[in-house]
Design a protein around this ligand. Structure first.
Ligand SMILES: *Cc1c(COP(=O)(O)O)cnc(C)c1O
Length: 425
């Protein structure tokens, strides 16, 4: 499927049925797989042969969908996880352990910020956060000898900042570590971080990839480009024998193309078990089949709503990189030339009171803790996810009390604008 364009991979990637086989990917609803001899199965346990034996490790339905996502991102290997949180945790913990250090953009999803700054800190992994607008000097100064990776989001949720992927990749590689990019909001339809130097990509497939609000899920994709053995001292987990698999050395046995995902599956999925069910993988694949069509409409609606809001007297400011006045407009034009996503953040004059009255007045857009759904939804962080914070704390966190995050769905753009206009009135 590598030689086809994105639209074709969305529809047909990952699974090519043979004669008389099902046209749609089969849901292999089985926890386990049968073997004729114990020896045949033993080879699988030693990673000497590849095959299925238990769905916690691998399942054919999941593998079809993972390989579609790998093809969309231009990667060499991929795996599905139970959620975006699990994907980001696995991707980072596959490289960094107790006593190690991570550098991350400060402009990332709140759940990932918490994962790194609280839970991974408790596991003995240190972090230095850098602003998405940092200079090369600031970025380079954040690295330490025990730094194992650099992390950022293509388009940050909910700040909507755009990552300078080339700048981050350059800094990561200068320090001998990979760049991991969470590409959830852009999706590979709008940006392929590997084309700009990123090494690993993660996704919350819960968002646009599913796109219909039906299944929580995640994915990890490897570009196959990072040379682990050239930095063997930094990555002993990939470059020295794994005693829990009879001494296999992942980087030697599976090469640059396969080592990262094989280790992540064989160790982390084996031990933590955060699998995506084959049923969820099937739903995810239905979403992927129309991803290219849906992203264009999400972007069109996002752009139309952002332009309407920017011109409205009751709106203080709008964050959307498709607006020429936006601080991330230039980066958006470079990394997201076909559009960014359907999520628009804006601040109303009149703070939380105005935001609350506005949202209660909406008829089409629902109030939800979700984004990237076919149905338009919105959230006021000050009265929901961030309600424990004072107005001053909210301001300092870049989430002013009057901020509304609106995820534009697939409805008619004028209907969305009419709804927003009557609610603002
Ligand atoms: C939602 C989200 C996550 C977490 O994903 P879940 O599927 O909810 O666990 C991670 N990163 C980004 C950018 C997200 O938007």
């Amino acid at each position: 499927m590598k030689n086809y364009r994105q639209e074709t991979i969305c529809v047909q990637g990952g699974y090519t049925p043979g004669n008389g086989e099902p046209r749609q990917i089969p849901i292999v609803q089985s926890t386990t797989f049968k073997y004729e001899t114990g020896e045949a199965m033993g080879k699988l346990f030693d990673l000497e042969a590849s095959g299925y034996f238990y769905t916690r490790l691998q399942n054919p339905t999941n593998d079809y969908v993972a390989s579609k996502i790998a093809a969309l991102e231009g990667g060499t290997a991929a795996m599905l996880t139970s959620s975006g949180q699990a994907a980001n945790f696995f991707a980072m913990f596959n490289l960094a352990g107790c006593g190690d250090h991570i550098v991350a953009s400060s402009s990332i999803y709140g759940g990932t910020f918490n994962l790194i700054s609280v839970t991974m800190a408790r596991m003995g992994i240190d972090v230095t956060f850098v602003p998405p607008t940092c200079t090369d000097d600031e970025l380079n100064a954040a690295f330490r000898p025990n730094t194992k990776l650099l992390f950022g989001e293509t388009i940050a949720n909910p700040a909507l900042t755009v990552l300078d992927i080339e700048q981050f990749a350059r800094a990561a590689h200068a320090h001998g570590v990979p760049l991991i990019v969470d590409n959830t909001f852009a999706t590979p339809v709008n940006c392929r971080p590997f084309d700009w130097g990123a090494d690993i990509v993660t996704h919350s497939t819960t968002k646009y990839m599913d796109g219909h609000g039906v299944a929580v899920g995640g994915a990890i994709v490897d570009s196959g480009k990072f040379d682990w053995l050239a930095h063997a001292d930094k990555f002993p987990g990939l470059c020295t024998p794994d005693e829990s698999y009879h001494g296999v050395t992942y980087a030697e046995k599976f090469g640059k193309e396969g080592a990262f995902i094989t280790k992540c599956t064989a160790q982390l999925m084996r031990d933590f078990g955060a699998i995506q069910s084959p049923q969820h993988a099937f739903y995810l694949n239905l979403g992927l089949e129309s991803l290219h069509v849906r992203m264009a409409r999400h972007c069109e609606n996002g752009q139309a709503v952002a332009e309407f809001l920017a011109a409205h007297p009751r709106v203080k400011s709008v964050q959307y990189c498709g607006l020429p006045g936006d601080p991330y407009y230039a980066r958006g034009q470079k990394y997201l030339p076909h559009g960014s996503c359907g999520v628009v953040s804006f601040e109303l004059k009149g703070g939380r009171e105005a935001a609350s009255r506005f949202m209660n007045g909406l008829r089409l857009a629902a109030i939800e803790t979700h984004v990237a759904d076919a149905r338009t939804c919105c959230l006021n962080p000050a009265t929901t996810t961030h309600r424990q914070m004072t107005d001053a704390q909210l301001e300092a966190a870049g989430v002013p009390a009057g901020l509304v995050r609106m995820s534009c769905g697939l409805e008619n753009a004028q209907d969305l604008i009419d709804d927003i206009a009557q609610a603002l009135d």
